[in-house]
Structure formats: C-alpha cells, structure tokens
Ligand binder design. Structure first.
Ligand SMILES: C=C(O[C@@H]1C=C(C(=O)O)C=C[C@H]1O)C(=O)O
Length: 191
C-alpha cells in the first residue's frame, strides 16, 4: 500500500454550480473554465512541475459525488494529488476513476504514480470533456483544512471546478481546487 497522506481521502461534498451562478473576477473565471489541460497550463508558468500523490484508494462512489454516468455505490479508484509549480502548491485534485472505466488502454490510469493524469487524458485523440461546474469551498471544508496543514496562507474561500471526461465512452470525474496563493487567484498585471 502506497504511503497515504494523513488527511487522505479529502472529501469534496460541495454544491457544484454552473459558473454563471457566481460573480467571478475575469482572471479566476478564466482559470476555472479553461477546457485545456491544467497540467499543461501550469507547466508553462514554471520551470519545475511536480505531482504529489496524497493517496489512491478504491471506494464506493458517494451520493454527493455521483454525477452523470458515475453512479452512487459503484467502485471507483479515488486519486488525490497536489500539483506544484516550482515547489509552490497550486491545485488539490480529486479524481474518480470507475473500475469499469479502467479497462483496455485505460488500465494505465490506475498506475499513474506521479505522472499527471492530464498528460494521459489530453494525449488521447478521442477525449471528450463535458461541462465544467464550479464550487466555492469555505474555511471549514476538508480542502481548507488540508491547506492549513500544508501551512498555506489562510483564506476565507477556495474555488474549485469539476468535469466529466470520457475516454472511449468511459467516464472519469476530475475535480480540482485552487489552493491559497495559486496563480488562479493572482490578478494578471496589465502592462
Ligand atoms: C486533468 C488534468 O490532470 C491534472 C492532474 C491530475 C492527477 O495527476 O491526478 C488530476 C487533475 C488535474 O489537475 C489536467 O492536467 O487538466
């Protein structure tokens, strides 16, 4: 069993909404709704990109996280990671990979280790990404508690997004929360 972070798994039982429901700054909206690979975007902003795996575990999908073709109670591989740019934590990500999706060429997704999930997803020619939903997480959320454990600056709210991906009609759910101090919260300076 790989070493697991003391807070793993970090639940994400939040109210996901369409972005229009929130008054977002242009910069944060851009980060939340960008449909390309977050890994690729972060890699462009730093010289050293790293994935830290907090844990991976097979669990039944909770009612709060069931969405689309990922049904409550079905066995999913839960993968939780932190994405770092030059040792600055940027994103907490929690992905649900149904065991029924980990077949054929998708079996490799169960053995990513510190290879970014996005690197595999966005290299797949038949990748389909569904709508992106967003959520605002409060200071008592498990992700906020994780951020405090990581000694990141305290913040009253954290913003996250989730979307369903389909690879050869097999669903994978990816949820990402921008951690305190992330580029997503830094308003771009207009020269
Ligand atoms: C889906 C992507 O993969 C990223 C990497 C992840 C991982 O390695 O577990 C999870 C979510 C993403 O932040 C992406 O790069 O857009």
């Amino acid at each position: 069993m790989s070493e697991q972070h003391i807070l793993f798994p970090v639940t994400l039982e939040v109210s996901w909404q369409k972005a229009a429901a929130y008054p977002l700054t242009a910069g944060l909206r851009d980060w939340l709704l960008a449909r390309g690979s977050l890994t690729a975007r972060l890699k462009q902003l730093c010289s050293h990109f790293r994935v830290e795996v907090l844990g991976q575990q097979i669990l039944p999908c909770s009612a709060a996280e069931a969405h689309g073709d990922i049904k409550q109670g079905e066995q999913v591989l839960v993968r939780e990671v932190i994405l770092y740019c030059d040792d600055s934590p940027q994103v907490f990500a929690r992905s649900l990979l149904p065991l029924t999706s980990l077949t054929g060429s998708e079996r490799q997704l169960a053995h990513l280790g510190e290879q970014p999930l996005g690197q595999v997803l966005f290299n797949s020619p038949d990748l389909e990404r569904k709508d992106i939903e967003v959520a605002c997480l409060g200071p008592q959320s498990p992700v906020a508690k994780l951020a405090r454990m990581m000694a990141l600056e305290d913040s009253t709210e954290l913003w996250g997004r989730r979307s369903l991906f389909y690879l050869q009609q097999k669903p994978i759910m990816v949820a990402e929360v921008f951690l305190p101090g992330a580029f997503a919260y830094q308003e771009e300076v207009v020269a």
